[in-house]
Ligand binder design. Sequence first.
Ligand SMILES: NC(=O)c1ccc[n+]([C@@H]2O[C@H](COP(=O)([O-])OP(=O)(O)OC[C@H]3O[C@@H](n4cnc5c(N)ncnc54)[C@H](OP(=O)(O)O)[C@@H]3O)[C@@H](O)[C@H]2O)c1
Length: 345
Amino acid sequence: MNGCPYGVHRVIEPTGVLPQPAWKISNDMEKIYDNEVLIDVSVLNIDSASFRQIKEEVGNDEEKVAEKILSVVNERGKMHNPVTGSGGMLLGKIARISPEMSEKHGVKAGDKICTLVSLSLTPLKIEKIHKVHLEKEQVEVTAKAIMFESGVCAKLPEDMSETLALSILDVAGAPIQTARMVKPGDTVMILGASGKSGMLCAYVAKKMAGVTGKVIGLIRRESKRAEVEKLGACDSILLVDATDAINVYSAIEKETKGKLCDVVINVVNSPNTEMGCILATKERGMVYFFSMATSFTKAALGAEGVGKDIDMIVGNGYAKDHALYALETVRENPVLLELFKERYI
Ligand SMILES: NC(=O)c1ccc[n+]([C@@H]2O[C@H](COP(=O)([O-])OP(=O)(O)OC[C@H]3O[C@@H](n4cnc5c(N)ncnc54)[C@H](OP(=O)(O)O)[C@@H]3O)[C@@H](O)[C@H]2O)c1
């Protein structure tokens, strides 16, 4: 028997909503519908905003982070952080799949895959947490998960390690959408330029803006400058806390001689960075809020409050061919590949 392609049949509370906004979904791994794909999970890649919030709540402690993850999953049937609302994605092996779903998703039983839909809607049952990697924001587990018919997954590439591929695919929406937004000659600022989506976006932004354009990377720690410089994608680097809107504005005004930015890309993992982005954008410019710590209310009311006529884009995690684009972006630049390997291998 088939369930709802979007997984509504798994929703426990409140009934009638989709699995992502639901508070609780069923993580029963015994009764599986024919159009559900069962996955043996080996690694969870927790969303950066979520992982950071958990570390802030329980401390930078492997055991306590593991306990928190287990309690969220046991309570909600999915790794859906109640504070940030975000999830992450997973790496595993296909344990069971019908011929119809195999054809639809282009994968078969035994294939190693990453899901490209959020953990915040994915039924998940954790048997054991083996190790929490505090720096990589990844968790080694023995667990089972379900991908719904409408889900998206990618087969793991053979030319890189699993955890490296996982870290790139986690933020696969960001580079391809940067390529769509940035035009030759644009001035672009990346807030969070030293992070994993920050580095991907900075490289793609420079490629698209070209020699007549300018890419400005914003970081908050001097210790991250060398890596951003090594990538060579940013024409200049600003050392500013992205939550300090007035300082962000002053720095970008000085850097652009008052012209401000055509495109501002927010890839930080902490809250309260909306206003810095808005103030840094020129009239009719665009802010791309990829950060999961973004507040729609703060952005919409904040822009209105300062009279800024700008477009603000919500960072859709999915774009057609985003996985392929993200992996190719890292493959084509040896420095970017090296930086990713140093952090995520
Ligand atoms: N839209 C989607 O579908 C989607 C998918 C995946 C991830 N995301 C979101 O995208 C964001 C970036 O993810 P990621 O994996 O690239 O994260 P990441 O690698 O942890 O990078 C985050 C960066 O933000 C910087 N940062 C944090 N607070 C800052 C501040 N106050 N001022 C300046 N920089 C600051 C961090 O700098 P330090 O290292 O110095 O702290 C780090 O370089 C997260 O919010 C994540 O939740 C969205």
